[in-house]
Write a protein that binds this ligand. Structure first.
Ligand code: GLU
Length: 485
C-alpha cells in the first residue's frame, strides 16, 4: 500500500506555525515511506477567505522544501484540489448519504433553530439539533425542494451507543453518540461543511493517513460514521497536540509569533524554523537537535510523536538560528545578508565581505544586522566615561595621550588593510610600552562611540577607512581634551 498524506489548510491569509508543523509531519511521513504528499485547499468557508492566501500557502511550502506531488498547481489524478471547485462532487455524496439514511434534508429556519437552542439552554442541556426534519414525509421534502425552499443536508446520527476509534497518538477515543450533533453536511448555498468535505476528499484522494490538529480529535467519530455509511475504508488518524506560547496561551497573531512569516520577517532562516518546529511534538528518541530536511525524513517516525502540548520556545529557536547562520558558507551568508545591507548601508562604500566575516559569527537573527551596523553610518554622542575600563585600567585621562599618538600614526598610514593595521597598532602599543587593551579599547570607543561593536578596533578601522576614521578620531580627541581641560 502506498502511503498518501495531505495538508489541507484553509486560506485564511497566513500560515500558522502549528499548521506548518502539521504540513511538515505529513510531508515527512509520506517521504519517509516513499509515499505521496497532497496539498488540498479547504476554502468552503467563503467568509474566511482572504485574497492572496492561497499563493502564500504554495510559496511557503515551496520555500521550505515541502514539495507536494499533487495539488492545485501540481499534477494529480484526483483533482480539483481546491474544494470550492468540487461542489458537484459533494452534492452527489450528500444525496447518496440521504438515500442511505445517514443524512436528511432540513428546512428549519434560523429562528426555529434559535428557539430550539434557547429551550435546551433553559433546561441546562447542551444544544444539539432536535431532528425535527428527520420525520418529514418523503413527498413533502420533494415538493418543498421543487418549490425552491432553501434546505441543508444534515448528518443523521443514531443517539444510542458510542463510537470508538484508535488515534495513533492519543490511543482509543470513545465518544457517546448522544454527544454528537446532527451537523450540517451541505449548506443551503451548496457549499459542503468540513464535516462532509474532509471525508469525501480524503476518501476520493486515497488518503491513507490523516495527520491534523487535535481540534478534530473528538469529532472524528462523526466522520467515521460517514465512512461507515458509505462502506468506505477509514484512514489511519494521527492528531497532533497544539503549539502554545506557554502553558495557558496559544501562539497568536497579536504577539507576532503565530505565523511562519512572522519569523522570517524577524530574520530567522527557513531551515532553522523548519528544524525547530520538527521538534515541537516529535522527538528522534535521542538528544540530537540539528537536522537538515533530508535527515528529518530519515529520522522521522510516528512513535516519536508526543501527546503533550508543545511549548514554542523562542529562545531555543533563536539559539538554533544562530547555529544555522554560523554554518552558512561565506557566499551563502553574503547572499542572505545582501538585502539587509542594501537597506542600511550606502551602496559601494563598505567592504561587504569584511562586514560579513565580522558579523556572521555574531548574529542570532539576520535583522540584528541593522543594530550591529548602526555605528558605521553614524557615531552617537557619547560620554567620555566610556573610556573607563577597569580590566584594561584605562580612563579618560590615560586615553587622551594614547589617542593622540594613534591619530598621528594613522594619519601617516596609507595602507588600511587589516594586516597592516594589526601590525602597526601592535607596534605602537609596544613603542608606548602599554598593554594592547590600553590602546585598542579607547581607540574603538573613539571611532564608534559605543562599547558594544561587532569586531575589534582593527576590523572597524579597516571598515571605516582612512578618512572616516581620522574624522571620528579627531572629533573624539577634541571632545576629550575639552572635558579634561
Ligand atoms: N482546513 C482544516 C484546517 O485548516 C484542515 C483540517 C484537516 O487537516 O483535516 O484546520
Amino acid at each position: 500500500m502506498e502511503v498518501r498524506t495531505r495538508f489541507a489548510p484553509s486560506p485564511t491569509g497566513y500560515l500558522h506555525i502549528g499548521g506548518l508543523r502539521t504540513a511538515l509531519y505529513a510531508w515527512l511521513f509520506a517521504r519517509n515511506h516513499k509515499g505521496k504528499f497532497i496539498l488540498r485547499i479547504e476554502d468552503t468557508d467563503q467568509e474566511r477567505k482572504v485574497e492572496g492566501a492561497e499563493a502564500l500557502i504554495y510559496n511557503t511550502l515551496k520555500l521550505t522544501g515541502l514539495t507536494y506531488d499533487e495539488g492545485p498547481d501540481a499534477a494529480g489524478e484526483y483533482g480539483p484540489y481546491i474544494q470550492s471547485q468540487r461542489l458537484p462532487i459533494y452534492k452527489v455524496y450528500a444525496t447518496e448519504l440521504v438515500k442511505r439514511g445517514a443524512a436528511y434534508y432540513c428546512f428549519c429556519t434560523k429562528e426555529r433553530l434559535a428557539a430550539v437552542r434557547e429551550e435546551k439552554e433553559k433546561k441546562g442541556e447542551a444544544y444539539t439539533y432536535d431532528k425535527h426534519c428527520l420525520s418529514l414525509p418523503g413527498e413533502e421534502v420533494k415538493s418543498r425542494i421543487a418549490a425552491g425552499e432553501p434546505y441543508v443536508i444534515r448528518q443523521n446520527i443514531q443517539k444510542e451507543g458510542a463510537t470508538t476509534y484508535t488515534d495513533l497518538v492519543y490511543g482509543d477515543i470513545t465518544v457517546p453518540n448522544s454527544d454528537l450533533d446532527d451537523n450540517v453536511l451541505l449548506k443551503s448555498d451548496g457549499m459542503p461543511t468540513y464535516n462532509l468535505a474532509n471525508v469525501v476528499d480524503d476518501h476520493l484522494m486515497h488518503i491513507t493517513h490523516v495527520i491534523r490538529g487535535i481540534e478534530y480529535l473528538s469529532s472524528t467519530p462523526k466522520y467515521n460514521l460517514l465512512y461507515d455509511a458509505m462502506c468506505w475504508e477509514k484512514p489511519v488518524y494521527i492528531h497532533l497536540p497544539p503549539v502554545m506560547r506557554d502553558k495557558q496561551n496559544k501562539l497568536s497573531k497579536r504577539y507576532g509569533d503565530a505565523s511562519f512569516k512572522d519569523f522570517t520577517d524577524k530574520g530567522y532562516l527557513k531551515e532553522a524554523i523548519i528544524n525547530y518546529i520538527a521538534l515541537l511534538g516529535w522527538s528522534p528518541g535521542n538528544d540530537r537537535e540539528i537536522f537538515t530536511l533530508d535527515e528529518l525524513v530519515e529520522a522521522f517516525s510516528l512513535e516519536g510523536l508526543s501527546k503533550s502540548p508543545a511549548i514554542f520556545d523562542t529562545e531555543k529557536l533563536t539559539w538554533m538560528n544562530a547555529q544555522y547562520i554560523r554554518a552558512l558558507s561565506d557566499v551563502e551568508f553574503l547572499r542572505l545578508a545582501m538585502p539587509y545591507y542594501a537597506k542600511c548601508l550606502p551602496q559601494g562604500r563598505f567592504d561587504l565581505k569584511l562586514i560579513s566575516r565580522i558579523l556572521q559569527p555574531r548574529l542570532e537573527t539576520m535583522n540584528q544586522i541593522y543594530d550591529k551596523l548602526g555605528f558605521l553610518m553614524e557615531m552617537p554622542d557619547f560620554e567620555t566615561d566610556l573610556y573607563n575600563n577597569k580590566k584594561m585600567k584605562t580612563s579618560p585621562e590615560s586615553s587622551l595621550p594614547v589617542l593622540k599618538q594613534a591619530e598621528e600614526y594613522l594619519a601617516g598610514l596609507a595602507d588600511y588593510s587589516e594586516e597592516t593595521l594589526h601590525e602597526g597598532l601592535l607596534g605602537l602599543v609596544e613603542k608606548l610600552g602599554i598593554k594592547n587593551g590600553q590602546l585598542l579599547w579607547p581607540l574603538r570607543i573613539a571611532v564608534t562611540g559605543t562599547m558594544v561593536t561587532p569586531g575589534g578596533a582593527v576590523e572597524i578601522i579597516c571598515l571605516l577607512g582612512k578618512d572616516e576614521t581620522l574624522k571620528r578620531l579627531h572629533r573624539s580627541i577634541e571632545q576629550l581634551a575639552a572635558q579634561i581641560g
